[in-house]
Design a protein around this ligand. Structure first.
Ligand code: AMP
Length: 292
């Protein structure tokens, strides 16, 4: 695998790909785990020309501590991608992605480069209200990476369900001829969704974190038992999560899987996603499952 840190190196390697070959893109922020690698493997099943990017995008962070503490481990990431068989890694500096931004503060970068995307209310609930500007920052960096890599396919995890929906929306909105593929969430054996942030958990927090997925999974059983309105169900799941004193729920919401609007009444055939954000100690974790 080749690692490029500048766009000019990246472009000269991409120019060597034979005409007619398909290109897959897997954007990440690094600190790679099996969840990321499952995206790479899905990409490699489509084409050997699977490109991974590692860029901790400042414009999608609404909390400067979160940005500062975000794990960065390029050396071991490169080793993982090599053993996976990825074609090329682009690990650019901020200046390569956002030229002329180095002299301005992170928050200003977001404003200066912000070209608001019409997200069609997909950011209205779930993560949206708790992370102002986050999805605009995601849309900004993903479209920038689309322009740089020019892939035929781009792979994203269902772990970030709302992000996946928003990227599909933006891809259509900006007329990219790119197929966006969602990849199922990879979990630890105890059910915790893999995340780069998990390594920030101490051992007591790590143990407590199991209760997030455990409680989400109980929703399907409760539904089968019947008698719960959507509101009662989210309240009950929230309560169950917080039986672990180290967990503090930010939201538990039932959202239509396509429109991401709140589900207020059950209706037959509707695809519904149960979404959660919770603090485990100081670490913010998100997860979601499809109700079945
Ligand atoms: P991140 O590095 O957190 O920005 O994630 C990069 C990509 O990996 C995103 O498309 C995520 O949705 C995806 N991803 C992160 N965690 C997982 C997981 N546990 N399973 C599947 N995909 C994941």
């Amino acid at each position: 695998m080749i690692t490029a840190t500048t766009l000019s190196d990246f472009n000269s390697i991409m120019a060597q790909i034979p005409k007619g070959e398909k290109i897959c893109l897997v954007p990440t922020m690094g600190a790679l785990h099996q969840g990321h690698l499952s995206l790479v493997k899905e990409g490699l099943a489509i084409t050997p020309y699977t490109v991974v990017t590692i860029f901790v995008n400042p414009t999608q962070f609404n909390d400067s501590n979160d940005l500062a503490n975000y794990p960065r481990e390029l050396e071991s990431d490169i080793a993982k991608l090599e053993s996976c068989g990825a074609f090329l890694l682009l690990a650019p500096s901020k200046d390569e992605i956002y030229p002329h931004s180095s002299a301005v503060a992170e928050s200003e970068v977001r404003v200066r480069h912000k070209e608001p995307f019409d997200l069609d209310r997909l950011d209205r609930f779930g993560e949206g209200p708790f992370r102002p500007g986050h999805f605009q920052g995601v849309a900004q960096v993903v479209t920038r990476l689309f322009d740089i890599v020019k892939p035929h396919y781009a792979l994203f995890g269902e772990k970030d369900f709302q992000q996946l929906a928003i990227i599909k929306r933006v891809t259509k909105l900006r007329n990219y001829n790119i197929t966006v593929i969602g990849v199922p969430t990879v979990r630890e054996p105890d059910g915790l969704a893999m995340s780069s942030r998990n390594q920030l958990l101490n051992s007591a927090e790590r143990k407590a974190s199991i209760n997030i997925f455990k409680s989400l999974s109980e929703a399907n059983t409760l539904l089968k038992e019947g008698g719960y309105s959507p509101k009662e169900l989210t309240t009950e799941i929230s309560k169950r999560v917080e039986t672990e004193p180290l967990l503090k729920v930010e939201y538990v919401e039932l959202l239509d899987s396509h429109t991401l609007q709140p589900v207020e009444e059950w209706s037959k055939g509707q695809d519904v996603q149960l979404c959660i954000a919770a603090y485990c100690g100081t670490v913010r974790l998100i997860d979601n499952i499809k109700l079945s």
